[in-house]
Design a protein around this ligand. Structure first.
Ligand SMILES: Nc1nc2c([nH]c(=O)n2[C@@H]2O[C@H](COP(=O)(O)OP(=O)(O)OP(=O)(O)O)[C@@H](O)[C@H]2O)c(=O)[nH]1
Length: 159
């Protein structure tokens, strides 16, 4: 009888987790809103763009609007998907739907005990979630700024 080992047995395809992410841009100076991941989540303390997973039946825009109310207390205006990326983490295979957001109302409140920062590029907060690097690269290119993934990699915690 053939022995099937963990290495040779077929792996079921991993299902994508769909995530809506907002790139909030401040009109006065083009700063980006970055927030830290709350305690209790994978990658707690890492900096990311605010957002979260789509719930059943939601569009990306609906999920993003809900998440930003839940996390930050602000209600966004219209949001359209700008880019879509994928990232394979040990805890999940995520598909990130990135939306630029220039209009919102309400005062920022850190409803999950996280921190937020308005930042120019390159970011000075660390560490940053690796799944956000492609967007940092595109935003840098739009602004005619260099992008160096090594700068962000060097700030990742080591085992
Ligand atoms: N919000 C956000 N998530 C990101 C970014 N980059 C990135 O790889 N992700 C990944 O996308 C997933 C988002 O899930 P989440 O845990 O923040 O979502 P959520 O708030 O709905 O979580 P929960 O319902 O499990 O509490 C995580 O696996 C996270 O690692 C980013 O810039 N922003």
């Amino acid at each position: 009888m053939e022995t099937v080992t963990a290495e040779t047995s077929p792996q079921p395809a991993r299902k994508h987790t769909e995530v809506a992410v907002g790139v909030l841009l401040r009109e006065s100076d083009g700063a980006l809103l970055i927030s830290s991941r709350p305690e209790g989540k994978p990658y707690a303390g890492y900096w990311e763009f605010p957002g979260g997973k789509l719930e059943a039946g939601e569009t990306v825009e609906q999920a993003l609007r809900r998440e930003l109310i839940e996390e930050l207390g602000v209600t966004i205006g219209t949001a359209h998907v700008w880019k879509v990326t994928e990232h394979d983490y040990p805890h999940a295979l995520v598909r990130l739907h990135w939306c630029k957001v220039t209009e919102w109302s309400g005062d920022f409140e850190m409803r999950e005990g996280q921190q937020m920062a308005w930042q120019q590029l390159p970011l000075t907060v660390a560490p940053v979630l690796p799944g956000a690097y492609p967007v940092l690269q595109w935003l840098s290119e739009e602004r005619g700024l260099p992008f160096d993934a090594g700068y962000y990699e060097a700030q990742q915690p080591r085992d």
